[in-house]
Ligand binder design. Structure first.
Ligand code: HEC
Ligand code: HEC
Ligand code: HEC
Length: 150
């Protein structure tokens, strides 16, 4: 193997390793949804009275959502379910540690500001459960305690 080829293969291998190590593309198994705790920088949020503990994040992304587009308030594709909740993300890597790939502020501005964070999440989460329940399908909770109970 000549030197140029070797150098080329080595850098390709390094790039591949870096790509595998990138954590952002892996949907975490569960997440704590508490915007006041995870985004202390955002001004004007309502009082922290509710959170959703142990949300089955990976199961939603990989198992539940495929095929349920008709029930979702936000569009997504079976090959990219992330967009159902990470509304501005264009790739799995962009679905990140905030409400969207962009800043939490930008996402909240779309629903009328931080004070309306409840609407954003209820549109994202509860709307699908509601529409499915109405259609007689097995789905997630529609009552407050089903999500906020723990
Ligand atoms: C059903 C809704 C939903 C789907 C689908 C979804 N996510 Fe999430 N994800 C969330 C919520 C809610 C959070 C927490 C947001 C916050 O607290 O700011 C989150 C957080 C994350 C985080 C940050 C976790 C942390 O603890 O910092 C990553 C990374 C992530 N999601 C990646 C993905 C990827 C990749 C996909 C698609 C394969 C995906 N998500 C699909 C709702 C969803
Ligand atoms: C497009 C539809 C859809 C969206 C969007 C959605 N869910 Fe669900 N959810 C489901 C379905 C379907 C189930 C039940 C799956 C099962 O039990 O087989 C479920 C189950 C649940 C459960 C019951 C426990 C469990 O995980 O099985 C909770 C809690 C829940 N969802 C919370 C949320 C929250 C919070 C969000 C928003 C961040 C959300 N869901 C977004 C469809 C959706
Ligand atoms: C499908 C799940 C789901 C159901 C059902 C649901 N919520 Fe929520 N709600 C959420 C999520 C997720 C958030 C965002 C929590 C956070 O980030 O703090 C939220 C936020 C809120 C907030 C904003 C305050 C805060 O601390 O963020 C209030 C108030 C609230 N919900 C009340 C209710 C009430 C009352 C009901 C029943 C009528 C209800 N919710 C049903 C998922 C749900």
């Amino acid at each position: 193997m000549n030197r140029t080829l070797l150098t080329c293969c080595l850098s390709a291998a390094l790039v591949a390793t870096a790509a595998q190590a990138a954590p952002a593309a892996e949907p975490p198994e569960t997440v704590e949804i508490n915007v006041q705790a995870s985004h202390p920088d955002v001004q004007g949020l309502p009082a922290d009275t509710k959170a959703v503990s142990g949300f089955s994040h990976r199961a939603h992304a990989e198992t539940y959502l495929p095929g349920l587009q008709a029930f979702s308030r936000f569009p997504y594709e079976d090959g990219f379910t992330c967009a159902a909740c990470h509304h501005d993300a264009a790739t799995p890597g962009e679905a990140g540690s905030c409400l969207s790939c962009k800043t939490a502020d930008a996402m909240l501005a779309k629903v009328g500001g931080p004070a309306k964070v409840k609407n954003l999440y209820h549109d994202t989460c509860k709307a699908c459960h509601r529409a499915m329940a109405k259609a007689g399908r097995d789905t997630g909770p529609t009552r407050c305690n089903g999500c906020h109970g723990k």
